[in-house]
Design a protein around this ligand. Sequence first.
Ligand code: ADP
Length: 175
Amino acid sequence: MLKVEIVQGNIASQPDMDAVVNAANARLMPGSGVAGAIHGAAGPGLAEECQALAPISPGEAVISSGHRLPNRHVIHCLGPVYGVDEPSDRLLGDCYRNALAVAEQHRLNSVAFPAISTGVFGYPVDKAAAVAIDAIAAMAPALRFVQRVRLVLFSDSDRRLFQAALSRSSLTSTD
Ligand code: ADP
C-alpha cells in the first residue's frame, strides 16, 4: 500500500528517494526556488540533458537522470501559473498524476515532490495541498512500483497545511 509522508526540508536533500520532482519552468532551465536548488545540486549536466526534453506545457511531466543529485532521476513538472493557466486545479493535479505515471513507467519505488506552483506561480498553499493530495489518492490504487511518496515543504506553515489535507484524505500516512 502507498505510504505518504510530509516533511519540512529541501527538495535537493532527499538522498533516500529514487526521484525528486522539479517545479520546473517551461524551458527546463535553472531558475529560482525549487528549480534553482535542483539544478544547483545536480550541476550543469542536468540543464544540458534537459535541452532535448524542453519545452513542456502546464501539467506535463518529463524525466531525466539525477546527475550529481543523490537521486537516480529528476521528474520535471510545469505547474500552472495561478489565475493564468486554466483550469489551474486540473493542471496542477495533472502534474502529480503525470509525475507518478512516469515514475511507474521507470519502476521507481519512491518519489519526493515539492509544493508545485506555490512559489513564483502564486497558487495558494491550502488549495494546492488539497489538489496534490486528491491527485495522489486517485492514483494510489493503480501504483504497482511506487510505494513511497514524500511531500517536502519549505516552511513549517506549509507543512501543516499539507498535513491537514493528508489527514482529511483516505491515504495512509507514515506518521
Ligand atoms: P513554482 O514556480 O512552481 O511556483 P517555486 O520553486 O517558485 O515553484 O516554489 C514552489 C514551492 O517550493 C514554494 O512553496 C517554495 O517556498 C518552495 N521551495 C523553494 N525552494 C525549495 C527547496 N529547495 N525545497 C523545497 N521547497 C522549496
